[in-house]
Design a protein around this ligand. Structure first.
Ligand code: SF4
Length: 339
C-alpha cells in the first residue's frame, strides 16, 4: 500500500499542519486498507477518522462532515483540488505505478499508426492517476519525433475529468489530434466530444491504441435514442445533487423554466446520492440530471425512465443542434484563487 500512497511523505505533510484530528476520505479501492491507514496514523499519534461513504471525486469533498466530526484537516485521497473549502485539505494522489512497457508501448503504437505517421502534433491528456508520469510520457514521445502539447485548464496541466476537459482550451488550435493516455472510455469520450480534432486513446494496461470515432458514434446512437424516447414525456424530475462540486442550482432552475416554457411539467428534486431506487416512486415520465454526467451516461440502463443531461434537454427542446452534442462540463476553480 505504502509504495502506491507514499505514506511517509503524506505523514510529513500532515505533521506540518499540526491537526487536532484528521478526516481521511478514501476511494473505494482503498477500503481494504482502512485498518492499516488508521494504524499508521495512530502510530504517529495523529487522531483520525475514516469516511466510509463513497468518494467518487473531489467534487464530493467531506468538509461539512469534518466540521460535524470536529476534524480540522481532511486528507482526500485519489483526486486533485477542484473546489474551495473553508477547511484545510491535503489532496493526496493514488497513482498507477508505471510499468516499464507502458510508455514504450504508446510510442510504438503511435509510430505504427498511419494517422500519426502523417500527423505529429499531439495534445496529451491524463487523469490524476497518471499525472506524475506526464513529463516522461512527453519526453519519450518527443524523442520519437512527435510535437507534444500539454494544456493548462482549471485542474493540473494536462489533467482531465469526465466533467472537465478545460485543459484542451489553450492547445486545441495547435494540435492535429488528442491522445488520452489511460484506461476507461468516460474521460476519453469527454475530450473526444469537446474537441474538433480526432481523439485517440492509448490504454497503458492493454498497450492498445484506438481512434474513438466509433465509440463516439455508438454513444451518440444511445443518447439520441433516449432523447427520442423523452420527446413524448409530459413531466420531468430535475435532479439537484447536494454534493458540493455537483450542485448546480441555477442550471436546474433554468432547466425547469425551459421545460415549463415548452409546455412540460417540471419538478425540482434533490438528493446526495443520485440512484434509481430514490427516484422509483416519483410519478414523472423522464429525468434531467444536473449532477455528474456519468450518472446519466454510464448508468442510464439502471433507470426505468429516460435520464437526460442538460445538453440533451437543450437538443430535445430545439435550443441546440444535434451536431453540437457535447458532454456536460462542470466549471471548477481548481488551484485558482477566487476573487
Ligand atoms: S462530477 Fe463526476 S466526473 Fe466530475 S469529478 Fe465528480 S465524479 Fe468525477
Amino acid at each position: 500500500m505504502d509504495s502506491q500512497l507514499h505514506l511517509d511523505e503524506l505523514l510529513t505533510e500532515v505533521k506540518t499542519r499540526k491537526p487536532k484530528m484528521v478526516l481521511l476520505q478514501i476511494p473505494e479501492g482503498l477500503k481494504t486498507n482502512v485498518v492499516e491507514l488508521e494504524d499508521t496514523f495512530a502510530h504517529e499519534k495523529i487522531p483520525c477518522i475514516v469516511v466510509l461513504d463513497p468518494s467518487f471525486g473531489a467534487c464530493d469533498i467531506a468538509d461539512y462532515k469534518a466540521q460535524l466530526l470536529g476534524c480540522d484537516l481532511i486528507v482526500h485521497f485519489g483526486h486533485s483540488k477542484m473546489l474551495h473549502t473553508g477547511i484545510n485539505v491535503i489532496y493526496w494522489p493514488v497513482e498507477y505505478p508505471l510499468e516499464k512497457n507502458m510508455i514504450p508501448g504508446c510510442v510504438n503504437a503511435l509510430q505504427k499508426d498511419p494517422f500519426f505517421i502523417q500527423n505529429k502534433k499531439i495534445g496529451v491528456y491524463v487523469t490524476i492517476q497518471f499525472h506524475r508520469h506526464l513529463p516522461e510520457i512527453k519526453k519519450e514521445m518527443e524523442k520519437s519525433g512527435f510535437e507534444v502539447f500539454v494544456g493548462m485548464g482549471d485542474l493540473k496541466d494536462g489533467q482531465i475529468l469526465g466533467c472537465d476537459v478545460s485543459a484542451r482550451m489553450d492547445i486545441e488550435d495547435k494540435v492535429d489530434a488528442n491522445l488520452y493516455f489511460g484506461d476507461g472510455y468516460f474521460h476519453a469520450l469527454a475530450i473526444a466530444f469537446a474537441s474538433k480534432k480526432p481523439t485517440y486513446q492509448y490504454n497503458p494496461f492493454t498497450l492498445k491504441m484506438e481512434n474513438l470515432q466509433k465509440y463516439k458514434e455508438k454513444y451518440l446512437r444511445q443518447r439520441f435514442g433516449l432523447i427520442a424516447k423523452a420527446k413524448d414525456a409530459k413531466s420531468f424530475a430535475v435532479i439537484l445533487c447536494t454534493k458540493k462540486g455537483q450542485l448546480r442550482k441555477a442550471l436546474a432552475m433554468r432547466m425547469k423554466s425551459e421545460l415549463e416554457t415548452a409546455g412540460k411539467k417540471a419538478y425540482l428534486v434533490s438528493m446526495e446520492y443520485v440512484n434509481p431506487t430514490a427516484l422509483m416512486g416519483m410519478n414523472v415520465d423522464a429525468y434531467v440530471n444536473t449532477s455528474c454526467s456519468r450518472i446519466a451516461t454510464d448508468d442510464f440502463e439502471s433507470y426505468k425512465k429516460p435520464m437526460l443531461t442538460p445538453i440533451e434537454v437543450e437538443i430535445l427542446l430545439g435550443k441546440r443542434k444535434g451536431e453540437d452534442y457535447i458532454f456536460d462540463e462542470i466549471k471548477h476553480v481548481g488551484n485558482k484563487s477566487v476573487q
